[in-house]
Design a protein around this ligand. Structure first.
Ligand code: 0GY
Length: 312
């Protein structure tokens, strides 16, 4: 049995999250979360950059029910490399209430892709965050994107804001819908109207196939969670950024908890508090319905979704 001792400083996910004050709309989808192992059943990948704590599918489903979500999108985490078994196991045990985003290599066969589709996978993730993965040549990624386009899947991309200029042309060449994790990780210490965030908004304006997850305030925030004396908004410095994206592109945004919150070493969020962040960034019931229900259903359960609004 390999050594699966947690990476030093790793914070476990928050046990006993509060019950959110914000009531999620019926049918809400947690569109970004993970399962980790358990390592004894689904070993972590040899090439991983961190070893997490275990976070099982049953624990994920318990959180879903506690927070009031109806469905999950389980995104393959880098600690499992391209071994999608833990994620697929979660989909198979979800009673049809979870779909997935996989990591695949160029060597995957058509039959294996088809098996992933039948298990509920609807996307692949390309990760460009250097602390998380080794470099994969772009021609290999483009080849994968062209193959999965035929299945009606999309590409999820994870990168940091300073890398968008270098990645712009590659993203523009992708033949599918493209979902950006966590707004492309803006530096929220910079002005919202400054060049860095303007570039990201311009990227979305110019590419109608690009969506954004307005998730991970706890990862992006420099201000942190509210103090115990009850500051008004959790992660308040992230609010204007996420709100700008939600209000500018209301039909191309998704939200997820990011449970079990990999690689947080200073502060582990209370997932109930994260849900209470939502009405700060999607301020009307209609924006909330699109963010949490209509948009993720259109992307992941199109067969259950009404026809999209005109122009989408
Ligand atoms: C996230 C963020 C992170 C990690 C991963 O797959 C992963 O390991 O996505 C991170 O460390 O920023 O979205 O889960």
């Amino acid at each position: 049995m390999p050594d699966f001792t947690k990476t030093p400083g790793w914070l476990d996910w928050y046990a006993g999250p509060s019950r959110p004050r914000f009531r999620l709309p019926a049918g809400a989808v947690d569109a970004h979360c993970h399962v980790f192992g358990p390592g004894a059943q689904f070993p972590y990948a040899a090439e991983r950059k961190y070893t997490p704590c275990d976070a099982s599918r049953d624990q994920l489903f318990a959180l879903r029910d506690h927070l009031g979500f109806a469905r999950n999108i389980v995104v393959q985490a880098t600690c499992h490399g391209a071994d999608n078994r833990a994620m697929i196991d979660a989909l198979r045990h979800s009673d049809g209430r979870a779909r997935g985003v996989a990591t695949v290599r160029r060597s995957i066969s058509d039959a294996e892709l088809q098996a992933l589709h039948e298990a509920g996978v609807r996307g692949v993730r390309f990760n460009f965050v250097k602390r998380l993965v080794d470099f994969t040549p772009k021609d290999e990624l483009l080849e994968i994107a062209c193959r999965i386009a035929g299945l009606g899947w999309h590409v999820v991309v994870y990168f940091e804001a300073q890398d968008l200029p270098e990645l712009w042309d590659f993203f523009s060449a992708l033949p599918t819908s493209v979902v950006v994790d966590h707004m492309g990780r803006p530096d929220v210490g910079l002005p919202i109207d400054g060049p860095q965030f303007a570039l990201f908004l311009d990227f979305m304006h110019r590419h109608p196939n690009v969506w954004s997850k307005v998730s991970c305030p706890e990862r992006l925030s420099l201000a942190g969670p509210p103090a115990l004396n009850g500051e008004p908004a959790p992660y308040r410095d992230v609010v204007p950024f996420a709100r700008r994206v939600v209000e500018t592109f209301p039909d191309r945004v998704l939200w997820g908890t990011d449970w079990p919150h990999p690689n947080l070493k200073q502060h582990m969020p209370d997932d109930g508090l994260l849900v209470d962040f939502i009405p700060q960034i999607a301020t009307t019931p209609e924006l909330q319905r699109r963010l949490l229900v209509a948009n993720p259903m259109r992307l992941y359960w199109p067969e259950l979704s009404p026809a999209p609004p005109a122009g989408i």
